[in-house]
Design a protein around this ligand. Structure first.
Ligand code: FAD
Length: 305
């Protein structure tokens, strides 16, 4: 219930205006967001690399409404990739891209063209791109664009969400050689006919999907903070004899940092999803919806100002 209310608020311009004008503690945003610009993204990438963690960088922005806005986002990624290359960080950092930020809602061809430019720059810099997955209405379009991009840039990564009923089948189709697939639970509010509604069903689906990916030929990226699912991931790695170079764990910046370091100590590859940019509102609200304790953290910070 609380989750649905917060997710509805994440799409509300009025609530965004209110929260944006409230004296939100910088610490609250900074816990989950690296900062506003490319230098912040580089700084945090360097800091995490010092702890043996890799990153996937997300320039915050979604639901772009004009081609001009989409070009700004594309150019931000091009600037970021050039800066990562210059700083010799492409060995530890890749980028995550939302097609909605590149124009998908009003012109799918434009979104693909913009994504292609980012993939080309990433390939030139010696790193990769992963296409984030958004709400279920965009899934077919995103997977179609992914398949098209993979013809030229085979390492382009997909994201599949275990709360969607279709995902086990999508995993089967994508568990092929060279395919990079991030498996997460899913962060949007989805209707019953397309998505499992109970946490248990979402978790059970996650395990089924993980089994398919870990048994397959691709490179699974297990994105979760859930201790039970992480333990099952470790178990499946042993069972399917996958070495550290054959899969990775992924967690969000600011969430369970101790666990991120523990996994590194265990010898796993761990990648942290690091968002940066000024458009932090939708992202932060989805993180708050995931965990009531985060909501309390946010409320306390508001109250303390
Ligand atoms: P949850 O059910 O949220 O949490 C399970 C358990 O994990 C909790 O009970 C608790 O024990 C532990 N836990 C969770 N958070 C904390 C915390 N802050 N502190 C301590 N313990 C905690 N979603 C999309 O829809 N599209 C995407 O493209 C996408 N990309 C993602 C990329 C990465 C790297 C990650 C990690 C997530 C991504 N997500 C994406 C979000 C994802 O779908 C989930 O909404 C989010 O990860 C929360 O699910 P969870 O698996 O962590 O489990």
């Amino acid at each position: 219930m609380l989750r649905s209310v917060i997710l509805a608020a994440s799409r509300s311009g009025k609530v965004e205006k209110f929260v944006g004008s409230a004296p939100v503690s910088r610490d609250v945003v900074r816990r989950f967001v690296a900062g506003t610009g490319t230098p912040d993204a580089l700084r945090v990438t360097g800091e995490l690399a010092g702890s043996g963690l890799r990153t996937t960088l997300d320039y915050l922005g979604e639901d772009t409404l004009t081609p001009e806005q989409a070009s700004v986002t594309r150019d931000e990624y091009l600037t970021l990739l050039a800066a990562l290359r210059e700083a010799e960080l492409t060995g530890v950092a890749e980028v995550s891209v939302k097609l909605s930020a590149l124009g998908q809602a009003f012109d799918e061809d434009l979104a693909e063209t913009n994504a292609r430019a980012i993939c080309a720059a990433a390939a030139e810099a010696g790193t990769t791109v992963t296409l984030d997955m958004e709400d279920h209405t965009t899934a077919d379009s995103t997977l179609t664009i992914l398949n098209s991009l993979r013809k030229d840039y085979p390492s382009t990564g997909a994201v599949l969400q275990s709360y969607l009923r279709r995902t086990e089948q999508d995993c089967r189709e994508l568990a092929t050689a060279g395919s990079r697939v991030r498996l997460c639970k899913g962060a949007y509010s989805e209707p019953e006919h397309v998505a499992y509604q109970s946490a248990l069903d979402v978790d059970k689906s996650y395990v089924r999907c993980m089994n398919v990916l870990m048994a397959g030929q691709g490179y699974p990226m297990l994105a979760t903070h859930d201790p039970r699912l992480i333990a099952i991931g470790e178990d499946r790695a042993r069972w399917f004899d996958r070495g550290p170079d054959e899969f990775e764990f992924q967690l969000l910046y600011g969430v369970r940092p101790e666990e991120q370091r523990r996994l590194v100590r265990e010898g796993y590859h761990v990648r942290v999803y690091v968002p940066y940019g000024t458009e932090w509102y939708g992202y932060l609200m989805r993180r708050l919806a995931e965990r009531p304790a985060n909501m309390m953290f946010f409320a306390r910070a508001l109250a303390s100002k």
